[in-house]
Design a protein around this ligand. Structure first.
Ligand code: 4VN
Length: 324
């Protein structure tokens, strides 16, 4: 039997930190409003890097930590909703920057669930027995796509990247997954930056960046995501208390705050870092994972059970349960 195992994690965020007070200087908002409604205090915003630059930093760090050479990597999947371009993909641009000459590289888009979806796909590639080493990254430079005149969305997001090295293993580390989507609610969270206005089309008339029906998406996340977590636990035949740590997508603290009671888990088991990063979409879970590995709260080889849950545009949501 072939199994997959996460053997390293790494993250990179741009140097520039923009606080809520900084934002209050350029738009009609304030720290109290942002912090009380979202938990966010600051975010990293890039000045001159693109999504592939952030991703390349993560690849380089994963190679350095693992001692693997670039030639050994069989595939690179990047989950992003803020790609350098639609074509070529951010993954192939990153491949060139890091010398992954034997890899096939492609982007995967499932919005804020992108990392969980990509990790699930990477695990299948490894456990097929055809590939031994893969890199899965979530990376965003939201700052280039946000409408900075829209205070209801611009304050929520940040830039950053995180990723993991997946290797083949003799022992099982991926215990359960449940991926879901509901395209009927697609219009509640959209970003159309990359569609130009066509004189022949009425469809993309407006210059609309990220548009969000905040209430609908908020309610969806509070209601549906805990059900998904419980369903994932059931697949593994585990109770909420058997999980050592929950790593939720860092969309909004007021959402994550409601889950422990709903699934009957201790609140301290839900890791958060959105105070410092804002919502980094596909990057939020791997940044959280990597940061907690660095802090030695999470440890590879510890058998800790960790449940990662993404949710967002699509709508998409899903959980993946791993043993470290
Ligand atoms: C998933 C979610 C969100 C999200 C939704 C709503 C929301 C984030 C609405 C109420 C508002 C404060 C902000 Cl659940 C975003 C994504 C996109 O990554 C994914 N914040 N809020 C208020 O007035 O309290």
């Amino acid at each position: 039997m072939n199994f997959a195992k996460i053997t390293q994690a790494a993250h990179y965020t741009p140097q520039q930190v923009v606080t809520n007070d900084d934002l209050a200087k350029i738009m009609d908002t304030n720290d109290e409003w942002i912090a009380s409604r979202t938990g966010i205090k600051s975010r990293h915003i890039t000045y001159d890097e693109n999504t592939s630059d952030l991703s390349a930093k993560v690849v380089e760090s994963l190679l350095e930590k693992s001692g693997k050479s670039a030639e050994e990597i069989d595939f690179l999947i990047i989950a992003t909703i803020s790609p350098d371009s639609l074509m070529p993909t951010t993954a192939t641009i990153t491949q060139a920057k890091t010398g992954l000459i034997n890899a096939f590289a492609f982007d995967m888009q499932a919005a804020c669930s992108g990392f969980v979806y990509a990790l699930a796909m990477g695990e299948k590639l490894i456990s097929s027995g055809r590939y031994q080493n893969g890199i899965i990254i979530g990376a965003e430079t939201h700052s280039k796509t946000l409408n900075w005149a829209d205070r209801t969305t611009a304050v929520l997001f940040g830039d950053g990247a995180g990723g993991v090295l997946l290797e083949s293993s003799q022992t099982q580390h991926f215990l359960a997954e449940k991926l879901q989507s509901d395209g009927v609610k697609a219009s509640s969270l959209t970003s159309r930056k990359y569609y130009p206005n066509s004189p022949y089309s009425k469809i993309y008339e407006a210059e609309s960046n990220l548009v969000m029906d905040g209430r609908l998406v908020f309610d969806f996340a509070v209601r549906e995501v805990p059900k998904n977590i419980l369903a994932t636990l059931k697949i593994a035949n585990l109770e909420a208390d058997d999980i050592d740590y929950y790593l939720p997508h860092q969309a909004n603290l007021r959402i994550i705050d409601k889950w422990p009671r709903k699934i009957k888990a201790q609140p301290a088991k839900f890791l958060v870092n959105l105070q410092h990063y804002g919502n980094t979409s596909a990057a939020s879970i791997p940044i959280l994972l990597s940061e907690n590995i660095d802090k030695q709260i999470l440890k590879f080889g510890s058998n800790q059970k960790v449940l990662m849950t993404g949710f967002g545009g699509g709508l998409t949501w899903g959980s993946i349960l791993v043993k470290l």
